[in-house]
Write a protein that binds this ligand. Sequence first.
Ligand code: IVH
Length: 696
Amino acid sequence: MNPEEQIIDLTNRLNQYNFQYYQNSISEVDDFTFDKLLADLTALENQYPEFRQPDSPTARVGGTISKEFKTVYHRFPMLSLGNTYSEEDLIEFDKRVQKGLNGQTYEYICELKFDGVALSLTYENGVLVQGATRGDGVRGDDITNNIRTIRTVPLRIGAGHKATHTQPESAPAVAALPALFEVRGEGFLPLAEFDRINKEREDIGEPLLANPRNAASGTFKQQDSGAVAKRRLDCYLYSFLSDTDIFQTHEESLVAMNAWGFNVSPTWRKCTDIQEVMAYINEWETKRFDLPLGTDGIVIKVNRYDQQRDLGYTAKSPRWAIAFKYKAMAASTELNGIQYQVGRTGAVTPVALLTPVLLAGTIVKRASLHNANEIERLGVMMHDTVFVEKGGEIIPKITGVDLNRRTDKSQPIVYPTTCPACGTALVRKEGEAHFYCPNEQGCPPQRQARFEHFIQRRAMNIESLGEGKIELLIDRGLVQTPADLYDLKATDLLGIEKVFLVEETGKKRVVSFREKTVENILTAIERSKSQPFANVLFGLGIRYVGNTTAEKLVDYFGSMDAIMNATQEQLLAVPDTGPRIAESVVAWFGDTANQEFVERLRAAGLQFVGEKKVVEQEGDSLTGKTFLYTGTFANFSREELESRIEANGGKLLSGISKKLNYLIVGENAGPSKVEKAKKLNVPMIGEDEFMAMLVV
Ligand code: IVH
């Protein structure tokens, strides 16, 4: 196969694997093979950018960074929906529809109202060419590169796509697709992903994302699509638009979109009258909390397109559809106490302890109060009757106080001034919402959380020590810091046992170290010595140094020693590293207890070097200039040529366009590139000329 055929073949194969994996949960190849094929494709695309396919799966991992989004006009305006909150309103709506259709029979399609961000995706000849936000309804932002990172959005509609779930009627053949069409839907951050991100943020001391909707909206508007790819956004599609009429009903469009490989939520239902609509509403009032995303109501749409046209639009919204909003799921109950939890970074989080109350099908006993500011903002007192609400988030929140029911029993909440776990005086830094316990080394919950952080999969991966085992080892005085893990012997562990009482269930749980368990633990500890350096750095638990930051520091500095000795200024030169991180890293390595900890890990044989990937700046003679190369060179390998361009301030482009300043032409240059450069009047230079540009 020639390179072009190879690129096409890899693109198609990887897209098929992706489709099977994300839509049908089938792994046709193992992760290793997939990554290898993706790496092969990336390498080929870098070498032959002109053959890169528009539906290349390499777009899934992002990588493009834009300064600002292009504004795009919607081919059809993106309207909003009228809202109702009551059965009466809904019956009024039904009457208007009935009247508007002059006695014809009609059906409704009911769908859930997904709480995310409205998106519009345009396909040309089956290929995704544009993804945009709603904006003001007339024009939005072109966020195509961010949308391409959503695994369930097909980059190309083609043969081999099957329905993800069975739906009532068969879809038209894929061949019936119009050359140009648009699908619309809701982009969202799955709740599980939202929780994962927040847990990670809490873990490194970052402020938490407020709710999944804002988090989704913020993520879709990030300029760095690589960062977007890391947050696994998803999208449900619910409308199809094209110039030619290929469907008679909305139902047909949903069935077809699903068959073409779009992610259509299977929650929709056809209803023949408003009573059936009511039944759907009632059914989903609590069932919706089992869905992977937040929903705030349902959407009712007239099924037939000709009837939709007859009913028409008001200035803002269609007359053929309406949104029914559920009332927020709220309950009132008494605040009995506050538990102050201490996290790994020492941050103190107040958790409200409530008289158990039934809310949206679950019994709620606890609710987050976030921090001291939140208690003040709510003006809540101990023994007040408070309102708890369940939003999209898993943990319910306190939204207010029922002042009418405040009695003499209510007492001001006295925020603790000392750590509830170790008694050390709490501190609060300027501008921070949380109080902190500064006793990093001695405070038991901080110490335990540090161990849990260290053994997690993304750090040293010694998860066989989870679930109460670490707690037990600390309890018995066998380990003080994670470095002690590397001194553990089988004889230290064998036979240790403890019976725990699980608070939530009231049941007992036995944690014991039998022979097999001990063997697994010691093997995992031994194996952890080969975890990559970035994992080790993350595992240290430096505040604000999450996985991504750890990777960036490793790429830039290459070794623990270089990072330990780095000054704040040097740290600030690392991509995406601001003063907060730089300060935290310097302070952490400046602490003698931490230095000792690091030295013990070094002695234990952990990985302290990684691959340095960021080139140090040599000069700025190429600043503002863009380059692409073709062929081979006498003085540089491809990698060297690329790093010299970047080290001198130049930028590499992936293809030939008018934006390209220079094409560097070597031996055996690709004729198509040279041809294209000529056509576009892009200056071509040889290796010697390029070298001359470096010395200024
Ligand atoms: S249909 C003419 N269906 O609600 C309006 N919208 O207020 C067509 N939404 O901007 C929209 N779930 O972001 C439709 N199943 C659903 C929806 C849905 C959520 C959002 C959408 C739209 C807003 C309208």
